[in-house]
Write a protein that binds this ligand. Structure first.
Ligand code: SF4
Ligand code: SF4
Length: 419
């Protein structure tokens, strides 16, 4: 697409943003892949429409406030990227644009408060645990709260699992094959600490030593995707220091893994950009790492037939290109049949803080995804992201489906443990 963006004037993001606009040929192949086009049905809520809006704002021909309703409705699911024959890197546009827009936008007081609460609690496990516990008691009074705050309440589970302290080091079982470091995640540590326990068990039993650096923090993806660039940079730098000595950095939450792959963009134009590029090369999802190990311990035959539906977390499939590895690992379990969801490319509506920011669309997508799971007849649904797992659980419970919601590593750990 021809444009008149002055990349230098835009700042460090100018060049990748201008390149993404330039490479869009306006063909519209991405429209069918975009969940918000399906929900809202208008051109301005498609990837193509949003690219035009961002281009016009960057050129100075459109006020940012006019574009924002359509940009705010974007899930950041990146389903438009694999659908695009021109290779438009939409990720290089949406989060940088939100950062630039944040400097100019004004928000109502209730929205400011909600944003403050989310950004000051979710990235910090200790604070989030306190907030989730308090929110649980406030749930019965949710109807008295503004609509946007009610969405936050809906997401909180009725009970939290006990806190699990992580050691700094877990020895490999048997002969040591590799040493890795684990990103422990934020909300995940509070909502389902068993995912880290399962990850550590699966890795150590394959001969992998697992370090959990104490100095690590939030991956920064949450801040980055809502335009809080300063916080995203601070989190990124903290992790660059905390994980400096390891060969592979294991993530088990798609959003975190994808966010850490974006550190070079987050730190673009700073002294840390080179370090961030090297760092991002080491970040790998646990399923990809396991597949790359080669020989894995044989999984015992429990003599049970189980049908597992696999849900692609957007930031694993679209963000990191990881589709085959989790499916292949699940298929190694004797008696397991892995089935696909209809319209598997559609986001489940979780998408970071989207559930809170755009509760209507998020609920519609969540309900559709839960119905798609039920339609497969599977008794278990597996995925690789805490946000998706929480969303699926909530909507499957609403359908009273009885379908179990598990992280892929939990399924694998349980299968190995069934011996
Ligand atoms: S990121 Fe997702 S919601 Fe946003 S434009 Fe692309 S496909 Fe649509
Ligand atoms: S498919 Fe790619 S090139 Fe075509 S309109 Fe969408 S983003 Fe632009």
């Amino acid at each position: 697409m021809l444009h008149k963006i002055d990349a230098e004037k835009v700042g460090p993001f100018g060049e990748p943003m201008a390149e993404a606009v330039r490479s869009c040929v306006h063909c519209g192949f991405c429209l069918a892949a975009c969940p918000t086009y399906g929900e809202l049905g208008q051109e301005l809520d498609t990837p193509r429409g949003r690219i035009v809006l961002m281009k016009e704002v960057l050129e100075g021909g459109l006020e940012v406030e006019e574009a924002l309703p359509h940009l705010d409705a974007c899930l950041g699911c990146l389903a438009c990227e694999p659908a695009c024959p021109s290779g438009v890197e939409y990720r290089n546009l949406i989060s940088p644009f939100r950062t630039l827009a944040e400097e100019k936008r004004s928000r109502p007081a209730s929205e400011k408060l909600r944003r403050f609460m989310v950004l000051q609690s979710l990235p910090y496990p200790g604070r989030f645990r306190v907030a989730a516990t308090m929110g649980k008691f406030a749930k019965p009074f949710a109807n008295l709260l503004p609509k946007s705050m009610r969405a936050m309440m809906d997401l909180l589970p009725s009970s939290l699992p006990p806190k699990q302290e992580l050691q700094e080091r877990y020895e490999a079982k048997g002969e040591r094959r590799a040493v890795v470091a684990l990103l422990a995640g934020c909300a995940q540590q509070v909502l389902d600490p068993d995912i880290n326990a399962a990850t550590i068990e699966v890795l150590t039993r394959q001969g992998v030593e697992v370090l959990v650096p104490k100095a690590q923090g939030c991956c920064g993806a949450l801040s980055w995707h809502v335009g809080d660039h300063r916080a995203a940079q601070a989190f990124a730098r903290k992790n660059l220091d905390a994980f400096s000595e390891v060969d592979a950095i294991i993530t088990n939450a798609a959003g975190c893994g994808s966010g850490m792959h974006e550190y070079p963009l987050i730190l673009r134009g700073t002294d840390d950009e080179g370090r961030a590029t090297e760092f991002a090369k080491k970040v790998v999802d646990v399923t990809v790492f396991l597949r790359g190990l080669g020989d894995l311990e044989e999984i015992p035959d429990s003599k049970k037939e189980v049908t597992i539906a696999y849900h692609d977390a957007c930031h694993l499939s679209n963000g990191q290109g990881v589709r085959d590895e989790p499916r292949e690992l699940l298929r190694r379990i004797p008696g397991v049949t892995v089935v696909e969801l209809r319209e598997a490319h559609l986001c489940c509506g979780s998408a970071g803080t989207y559930n809170v920011d755009q509760p209507g669309i998020a609920a519609s997508l969540g309900a559709q995804k839960a119905q798609a799971v039920v339609a497969t007849g599977a008794t278990v649904v597996a995925s690789g992201n805490i946000g998706c797992l929480t969303q699926l659980k909530m909507h499957l419970e609403r359908l009273d489906s009885g379908v179990q919601v598990r992280h892929t590593v939990q399924v694998l750990r349980d299968a190995w443990d069934s011996r």
